[in-house]
Design a protein around this ligand. Structure first.
Ligand code: SF4
Length: 632
């Protein structure tokens, strides 16, 4: 029977240059699922407590999932983990593209990187072999240039390149890791960790093959997915207009953050919508390996004489919101240019756009002036200022150097009232989904081990009245059968937060795209996901097993954080979220009450089986999940 994974994990010690290969047993793959499940396993097992995230002791892991590389939509995903230099807690981020599938086809399921090189290097993987090569000639170059040089150097246009850009080299905590110079593992500072190790890139030549245990069942599921795509409105919208298709919905709901999260609607939203992008600057749609959704955008335009090239893809919803509505900016070509600058230098667009919006609010309130910014009038709506400061962050120049480690670090340096304007949880900037109105998502932002994140639990509207029967039926499969009123928060919403969170943790273990496989609005639901995993592996995987894999990952992350001194006190929302939202939209006046949050945390910790006082997993809980090896 064909096998969908290689059974091969590469260990790289950059200090000694030693490369070694591990062949874990099949049970290891089934127990952790791959992706973040496996990555966090090595981090938790091997790094010393309290290590410097940018020091040699931190471990950086790159993992595919069990189905990665098989011919079905939404499987080509890569998870990167390390101790985060932004939060000091566990770091976690995902990307798509072709790199993840090609990594699997190169003969490896994952790579665990330790130590720190004495000079820039890149790792080249091909046909089950690995070698470290010098990368001094790549240092300081833009991501597309590096991609081109490496393809020529290896003599194969089809190799896939994962890399840090100049921002990661300069250890900007906002740095991302990019593949195809358009797909970012953006959040939690993984680019800075890779840069700190002087690991410039990983290049994979994917000539090998892997196979599904039941290729016919996989092909049938694939055909069914293609057929149902036009009928699932949300997925069809993604396909047609990209992730920015959600802008009208977000604005109507009052959850499109504007002016650094002061308002939940943005009056000129139409100018930055996915539909506007499609009808103005879109050049083509792009995809990840084998995905029929094709939600990725490639744009071509110019802004005041500066070209925006198709080479650097196009902006996602989060990018459009952070550089757009967060900053009070409605010029799509300028936002596309900001996206290009981030991709050239390797910056996380969410963190960077949100940090600029934070700085704009500081400026508007006189906390910083042109003396601090080097003459830049950093006001909401000032497009030139936004573009100027993005480049300065990328190069760590002038005031950009103050912002390059993110808004929480900048607030400390600026002092005064700056921290009043933060929208961070565990130092990570909140993405473009407002927890003041999506209440259970607010609880999730607070308790999530790696800070505010929009892709690790389902969003409230899926479990609120006026929704879709298909989505409700899928949620019922997870035990969620009591649809709730709009904008509500209660104990049932805590269950919704927790149970969908477990499902999302499983998605990030198996490494599945959350637009294709999910608990509600996606191309396939939980039962089809179990069916696909059975077809891929030949194992009798059930929805219950999927939830268990997710629970394991969540508990490992919390156990890691506990070791690093995190507990209940760190599960909090920024002060700003406790103030009523301004503006006139449907969410105006909404806020998160701090006492309510403490109450819902009690309910959440009890559901998770954790200690209520500390919010950390108990030894009994870890043992029940087969994780009693975890050091306390
Ligand atoms: S839905 Fe979009 S992000 Fe997800 S796999 Fe398909 S093309 Fe990639």
């Amino acid at each position: 029977m064909a096998r969908c994974f290689n059974g091969t994990i590469l260990h790289v010690n950059l200090t000694s240059g030693e490369l070694s290969i591990e062949h874990p047993p099949e049970e290891f793959y089934r127990f952790y699922g791959g992706g973040g499940g496996m990555g966090v396993y090595y981090i938790l097992r091997d790094i010393p407590v309290g290590c410097d995230p940018l020091g040699a002791e931190n471990i950086l892991t790159f993992f595919t999932g069990l189905p990665t590389g098989l011919p079905i939509s939404g499987q080509s995903r890569l998870t990167i983990n390390a101790k985060s230099p932004i939060s000091g807690a566990i770091g976690d981020s995902q990307s798509g593209g072709f790199f993840p599938a090609a990594l699997k086809w190169s003969g490896f399921d994952g790579v665990v990187v330790r130590g720190k090189s004495s000079h820039p290097v890149y790792l080249y993987l091909h046909e089950g072999k690995a070698e470290l090569r010098p990368a001094d000639h790549l240092w300081g170059k833009f991501t597309a240039e590096v991609d081109e040089i490496l393809k020529k150097e290896i003599g194969d246009e089809k190799v896939e390149v994962l890399q840090v850009g100049p921002a990661g080299e300069k250890l900007a905590r906002l740095a991302a890791v990019l593949n195809m110079h358009t797909r970012a593992n953006g959040r939690t500072g993984m680019g800075a960790v890779m840069g700190s190790k002087l690991l410039k890139a990983i290049v994979v030549q994917g000539k090998g093959t892997i196979g599904a245990a039941d290729p016919k069942a996989l092909a049938r599921l694939n055909r069914e997915g293609s057929r149902s795509l036009p009928d699932i409105t949300d997925v069809y919208g993604l396909s047609k207009n990209g992730t920015a298709d959600v802008i009208p919905f977000q604005n109507a709901l009052g959850t499109l953050p504007a002016y650094n999260y002061n308002e939940g609607t943005f009056e000129p939203w139409e100018q930055i919508s996915g539909e506007t992008m499609t009808s103005t600057i879109l050049k083509e749609r792009d995809t990840c390996y084998a995905c029929v959704v094709r939600c990725k955008r490639v744009v071509e335009t110019e802004y005041q004489g500066r070209k925006v090239l198709p080479t650097y893809g196009g902006p996602e919803y989060e990018t459009i919101a952070t550089f757009g509505s967060y900053c009070g900016i409605a010029e799509l070509p300028a936002i596309a240019l900001a996206n290009q600058i981030c991709n050239m230098y390797g910056l996380d667009t969410i963190g960077t756009g949100a940090t600029i919006a934070f700085a704009m609010e500081c400026f508007e309130n006189g906390v910083i002036t042109t003396e601090d910014t080097g003459g830049i009038e950093l006001r909401f709506g000032n497009v030139q200022a936004m573009l100027e400061i993005v480049e300065k962050i990328a190069r760590r120049e002038g005031f950009g150097d103050v912002l390059a480690d993110g808004s929480a670090a900048a607030a400390k340096k600026i002092g005064g009232r700056a921290s009043d304007f933060l929208i961070t949880v565990k130092n990570c900037e909140s993405p473009a989904h407002m927890p003041q109105a999506k209440k259970s998502l607010g609880l999730h932002y607070a308790v999530n081990p790696f800070g505010a994140d929009h892709q690790s639990a389902e969003h409230d509207p899926m479990y609120e009245e006026g929704g879709s029967d298909l989505y409700y039926n899928r949620l019922e499969r997870l035990g969620l059968d009591k649809v709730q009123p709009s904008y509500s928060m209660n104990e049932e919403k805590v269950r919704f937060c927790y149970l969908t969170e477990l499902f999302y943790h499983a998605l990030d273990s198996y490494n599945l795209c959350q637009f294709v496989w999910g608990p509600a609005w996606t191309l396939y639901g939980p039962d089809e996901m179990a069916e696909m995993l059975r077809a891929a592996t030949g194992w009798e995987i059930t929805v219950e097993e999927i939830m268990r894999v997710g629970e394991r990952r969540l508990n490992m992350m919390r156990a890691f954080n506990a070791r690093e001194g995190f507990d209940r006190k760190d599960d909090k929302l920024p002060r700003k979220f406790s103030l009523p939202l301004q503006g006139s939209g449907p969410s105006a006046g909404a806020f998160w009450d701090e006492k309510d949050l403490e109450h819902f945390k009690d309910v959440y910790y009890a559901l998770a089986g954790w200690d209520i006082q500390s919010g950390n997993p108990t030894p009994q809980k870890l043992a029940a999940l087969g994780l009693d090896w975890i050091r306390r």
